[in-house]
Design a protein around this ligand. Structure first.
Ligand code: AMP
Length: 249
């Protein structure tokens, strides 16, 4: 089974996000960028499939600028066999990413495509769904367990009030949820080894056309700061404040 994992370069989840002073977007200057956490889970799952002898090859792919090569090296250090950068300077939105990934998938013919359920920068939660629709393949989003059968995957996913298990004929698209696994740390030897693994750069324009953004960002603002709370001495005082000051009861 050939597994392709889509990974995105995003602001590191530990960074406190700053808004640009003109409100046109998020300030990325000098900010630490990392592999999207859900995509790290995707790589881990694919590598575990390889360790079990189920996957034959794990390919990490990303769409974006030259700078995105760093997250591909991280994916290689975590165990991917090779990596592909679909390079473009165009600002990419989920529809454009899905188009590029479709082009790559047509070329690579993987049996299973794993994406994160969402990128923590835009929180769109759209790319996997759009990709499966474009390919006409089955999809299972928010996977918390993946098992394999001959020619199929069984995907357990959390739904309101319980778990559901879907059986997807391969090839298929699966998106990861947090509970799927706990990614390993890349060891120093694997980071060194990753430097020698193949990383191919392809022009995104050769894989898909019309990548222009469809959505305009009008403005970005910091959330309003919360007012400090007050301590009350008794339940009676609390009820009085809720009734007469805040007027919610
Ligand atoms: P989103 O729909 O933007 O929330 O992203 C969902 C998932 O799509 C991510 O977790 C990645 O697996 C994949 N994805 C989004 N943008 C990119 C990109 N530029 N390159 C590669 N994969 C991406």
């Amino acid at each position: 089974m050939k597994v392709l994992v889509a990974v995105k370069r995003v602001i590191d989840y530990n960074v406190k996000v700053r808004v640009k002073s003109d409100g046109s977007g998020v300030d990325l200057s000098g900010v630490k960028m990392s592999l999207n956490p859900f995509d790290e889970i995707g790589i881990e799952e694919a590598v575990r499939l390889k360790e079990k002898g189920i996957a034959t090859e794990v390919i990490a792919v990303t769409c974006g600028t030259q700078a995105c090569q760093d997250v591909l090296r991280t994916a290689l250090a975590l165990g991917a066999d090779r990596a592909i950068l679909a390079e473009t300077d165009v600002e990419l939105q989920p529809l454009a990413v899905a188009k590029i990934l479709k082009g790559l998938i047509t070329k690579e013919a993987p049996d299973l495509v794993i994406l994160g359920k969402q990128a923590i920068d835009d929180d769109c939660n759209q790319t996997g769904q759009m990709l499966s629709a474009m390919l006409g393949w089955g999809q299972a989003t928010f996977a918390s367990r993946i098992e394999t059968e001959t020619g199929a995957v069984l995907v357990a996913r959390e739904i309101d009030g319980g778990m559901e298990t879907l059986r997807l004929a391969l090839p298929a698209v699966v998106t990861t949820d947090l509970r799927l696994n706990e990614p390993r740390y890349a060891s120093l030897p694997s980071i060194m080894k990753a430097k020698k693994k193949p990383l191919e750069i392809i022009s995104a324009g050769d894989l898909a056309t019309d990548l222009a953004p469809r959505i305009n960002t009008l403005s970005v603002a910091e959330p309003t700061t919360r007012k400090a709370g007050v301590k009350v001495a008794s339940i009676t005082e609390l009820v009085d404040k809720l009734k007469n000051e805040v007027k919610v009861i």
